[in-house]
Design a protein around this ligand. Sequence first.
Ligand SMILES: [Zn+2]
Ligand SMILES: [Zn+2]
Length: 266
Amino acid sequence: MRTFHDHIICTACGTQYARNNGQHFTCPICIDDRQYIPESGQTWTNLALLQKKHGITTRMVREGLIEIQSVPAFAIGQRALLVLHPSGNILWDCIAPVNDAIIDFIRARGGVKAIAFSHPHYYTTMNVWADVFDCPIFIHEADEQWIFNRGPHVQLWKGEELSVSGDMTLHRIGGHFPGSSILRIAQEKEPAFICCGDTFYCSPSKQHLAAMYSYPNRIPLPLAEIKRIRERMQSIPFDALYGFYDYQDIHKGAKALLETSLERYC
Ligand SMILES: [Zn+2]
Ligand SMILES: [Zn+2]
């Protein structure tokens, strides 16, 4: 992990780049019209500084699902989700800070078999996480152009589905990014649940799920994309959904809510 300590990290989105000087460099993730450069300008930090300023907390979201978050919040306020599974744990998305306490916490629960991403707004310090746990990083090939710091653990996947481990399957849904994906976890005694990152955005009321090109810039998706996503999701059974932020947990009835939300766009 030490070799990455001085690599620059964008303070607005949390993406780490393989260089130690951010002068004359603008974060490509933030300059994209799905994100933004803050009015105060582009600023950088690094992992060594993050470890001094930010702790990491964990929360049991449901049986077999642990939330991992920076405290105080950093960048977009991302959370990572650790899916515990007898056939090997999956780290769903990453956060920029990494420290010894969270590494020990995850190791005590069996480590990480693979890291899988919903989309580029979570890539952050993915190479550090993969290096620590010596595991592959699964990214859909449609988002390859957004990998600016490609480490040896990155494995691109193709097509619409990838079985990651046991009952866990990645589904490429698209929309927000061409490779936007969800992770579906099938369960023996309960209906399946999905982790979706920004593929669907749960409103604070928890009465609506949005699917947008950009959430911070309020740029919608074309209607044809919404219709395609709606049809695609009809073939994927699930009952619970866990989104980008810590308030975006829907423990029951998430599929019906998604259907009525997407219907509203149409
Ligand atoms: Zn950025
Ligand atoms: Zn996003």
